[in-house]
Design a protein around this ligand. Structure first.
Ligand code: AHR
Length: 340
């Protein structure tokens, strides 16, 4: 019997080692493969991988420049910048690559909310902290350290409240108001939140009607094309709300081409989001009537988060940037102090 038990034990050890040790070996080999494929980052820097959406707007350029100015080598960082090229699949793949390269931190400005769960899980397994910035993700918040950005729904509400006040001041409170909405990229939290905020407020006014709501992907070119189509189909437009300044600049070109008078003193009320420098010039001229600010200067807050994590401190899960509302009436007094 003793002999039999000894054989059983030996057999158990054999099975355990070939199975268990095999797995360990596989993991080691995989890590070696990553290391072989990955660039070797200098240990004296904190390496930050940053995945941008693309170059769809001037807001985006301001946001990218902010990261390039913040995470510099003389400030102790190595920034690995990746342009998502307006392709969310490319963004996810870039995130896998950064995990494989074993960077110290990953910051993601996601194009759309969905599709991030698996790669965030992978980053968590590899203990690489991820910061989500600007737009949000629909993934479980335990998979990333924090989110930093704008309260997009509140931005939409602020825009609608401005319209309400403006119509009241101009004695048009009870008129039927026909609205054209130019939406940002489908599935992007900036578009989802602004549309939600606006729609909720619009629904409270029985005399406000959305004539049409069209996606123009946050770009100036599409803003112009979509507005041209809208103008071919609708003549009785009172308000154009564009979910960013650039789509509005494009829409303005289409309205000019169609001989429409817009802005303060015109027939169409013009409203947008971002409050870029160019928008301030348009507001000063009265072409744009309001721009609800979306603050692109997020990199400084991301850096504070990284420094806190370096020191082992807890960080706030949701961090909003500061934002205001600017109009054609107050643009002149702010225009010289704008940073973007
Ligand atoms: O996510 C922020 C939005 O994305 C900005 O409003 C827009 O201009 C940008 O492209």
């Amino acid at each position: 019997m003793k002999k039999y038990l000894a054989w059983c034990f030996a057999l158990f050890l054999l099975v355990f080692c070939t199975g268990g040790c095999g797995k360990v070996k596989e993991e080691v080999q995989r890590k070696e493969l990553y290391r072989a494929a990955a660039p070797v980052y200098d240990e004296k820097y904190i390496t930050v991988g940053f995945i941008q959406t693309g170059k769809e707007s001037d807001w985006r350029d301001a946001n990218t420049n902010d990261y390039l100015d913040t995470f510099t080598e003389d400030r102790g960082y190595k920034l690995v910048y990746i342009d998502g090229n307006s392709d969310s699949g490319r963004q996810v793949k870039a995130a896998y690559d950064l995990v494989a390269q074993n960077v110290d931190y990953i910051i993601i400005d996601p194009i759309v909310e969905d599709g991030w769960e698996d790669v965030l899980e992978f980053a968590k397994q590899k203990e690489i902290p991820v910061i989500i910035a600007d737009r949000g993700v629909s993934a479980d918040p335990s998979l990333y350290k924090c989110w930093i950005g704008s309260d997009f729904k509140t931005e939409g509400i602020k825009a609608a409240k401005w319209l309400n006040d403006y119509l009241e001041e101009s004695g048009r409170k009870d008129e039927d108001i026909n609205i054209v909405l130019l939406e940002g990229t489908k599935g992007a939290s900036a578009a989802i939140g602004r549309t939600e905020g606006l729609s909720g407020e619009i629904a409270k006014h029985k005399n406000w009607h959305i004539l049409t709501s069209r996606c123009a992907n946050f770009t100036q070119g599409e803003g112009r094309d979509v507005m041209e189509q809208v103008l071919n189909q609708h003549k009785d437009i009172d308000v154009v709300i564009s979910e960013n300044d650039n789509m509005m600049f494009g829409a303005m070109k289409a309205m000019e081409q169609a001989g429409m008078k817009y802005g303060a003193g015109g027939d169409i009320i013009t409203m947008s989001f971002d409050a870029l420098s160019e928008a301030f010039h348009m507001m000063k001229e009265g072409k744009l009537m309001v721009s609800v600010e979306c603050n692109p200067l997020i990199a400084g807050i991301a850096e504070e988060v990284i420094q806190d994590l370096e020191q082992g401190r807890e960080v706030g899960k949701i961090q909003y940037v500061k934002e205001s509302v600017f109009t054609y009436k107050n643009a002149a007094q702010h225009i010289d102090n704008r940073k973007y």
